[in-house]
Design a protein around this ligand. Structure first.
Ligand code: PMP
Length: 324
């Protein structure tokens, strides 16, 4: 019986869904959405906070500050509350209300940037705001998930070894790329341990991470408009890009089988299915990482008006929202 004293101590590392009955291809989905903060980001947040404590950067009375519009913010809010630090999340007007409420419920402050920066986006404005706070008051500690190596170390220390333990004969691992923390931690670990595991990065069309042209992206979590500083492409064996309409269809197909996952899981699963269709799946053992669950996407990925406005009336094809 697991009994814990802090949210980050609850380990969900050994939970997988077999997708064979849903997609007729051999793929196991590693579910990270049952962490207390609802996503894989709890691990990165815990690792970054622990390292900042060890280095002395984080001390009693410190206030964590981070630019986040979602899962990392919720994870930091939870860890800050459990360890007695303050947390200020800098986000923008696109951050959804329930995510904001979640952070506030955990005792965090949320500052919303409503003026876009020179690029028309908010990321630069958000980072500028964080930097100004830190320059004005040394109680503020910025972990900076985009550059902090402890982001990928969390997955090097925990996620990859857990997968290798569960699947000693693993052939292919599919990982979505946002900050690339999960991807780099896992890819490095498998490379260092000389395991013949192919690490396939999955990203959205319109993300610049792997050198593609920027384009509209509406599914949060994956992809970026600024190349992630943590990415070292030499560790990545292959890259698959997925159209958002395919992401949506994969999410709905899973939902129709009772598995409500987040948007980025749809991307990773869709990318994995195309890769497996091309390479033959029967003789391969494959795992994909599902970063979170679907409850945070009820007003977007699982809402018909949102879907139809963005992707057209027949985006779902056979995966309709309700049965007739
Ligand atoms: N999916 C979701 C839902 C996320 O919140 C994140 C984190 N931004 C990712 C995927 C990507 O993870 P990483 O930052 O480790 O690349």
């Amino acid at each position: 019986m697991p009994v814990i004293t802090a949210p980050q101590d609850f380990n969900t590392d050994d939970l997988y869904v077999d997708l064979k009955p849903v997609f007729e291809r051999a793929l196991y989905l590693k579910c990270e959405g049952f962490n207390f903060a609802g996503s894989i980001k709890l691990k990165a947040a815990a690792e970054m906070v622990a390292a900042a404590e060890r280095s002395g950067a984080l001390q009693p009375g410190s206030v964590l500050v981070e630019s986040s519009s979602g899962n990392l913010g919720v994870a930091l809010a939870m860890i800050a509350a459990s360890k007695g630090y303050g947390f200020l999340c800098v986000t923008d007007s696109r951050c959804n209300l329930s995510t904001r409420r979640l952070m506030e419920a955990l005792g965090s402050q949320v500052h919303i940037i409503s003026e876009p920066d020179a690029t028309g986006g908010f990321l630069g404005a958000r980072i500028g705001y964080v930097q100004a706070l830190c320059a004005a008051d040394d109680r503020y500690v910025w972990l900076n998930q985009y550059r902090n190596p402890n982001n990928w170390r969390a997955h090097h220390r925990r996620t990859a070894p857990a997968i290798a333990r569960a699947f000693p004969k693993l052939d292919v691992l599919f990982v979505g790329a946002g900050t690339t923390g999960t991807l780099m931690g896992c890819a490095r670990w498998f490379r260092e341990w000389h395991r013949p595991v192919r690490v396939v990065a999955v990203d959205s069309v319109g993300s610049v991470t792997f050198g593609g042209p920027p384009g509209r992206r509406m599914i949060p979590g994956l992809g970026t408009s600024v190349r992630p500083a943590l990415l070292e492409e030499s560790y990545v064996d292959e890259v698959v890009l997925v159209e958002e309409a395919d992401t949506i269809r994969a999410c709905h197909r899973l939902a129709r089988r009772g598995f409500l996952f987040g948007g980025s899981t749809g991307t990773v699963v869709s990318g994995a299915m195309s890769w497996l269709a091309e390479h033959g799946h029967e003789r391969l053992t494959s795992v994909a990482i599902a970063p979170d669950l679907g409850e945070r996407y009820l007003d977007t990925v699982y809402q018909s008006n949102w879907l139809h406005d963005l992707y057209g009336e027949d985006v779902l094809g056979a995966e309709q929202l309700t049965t007739g």
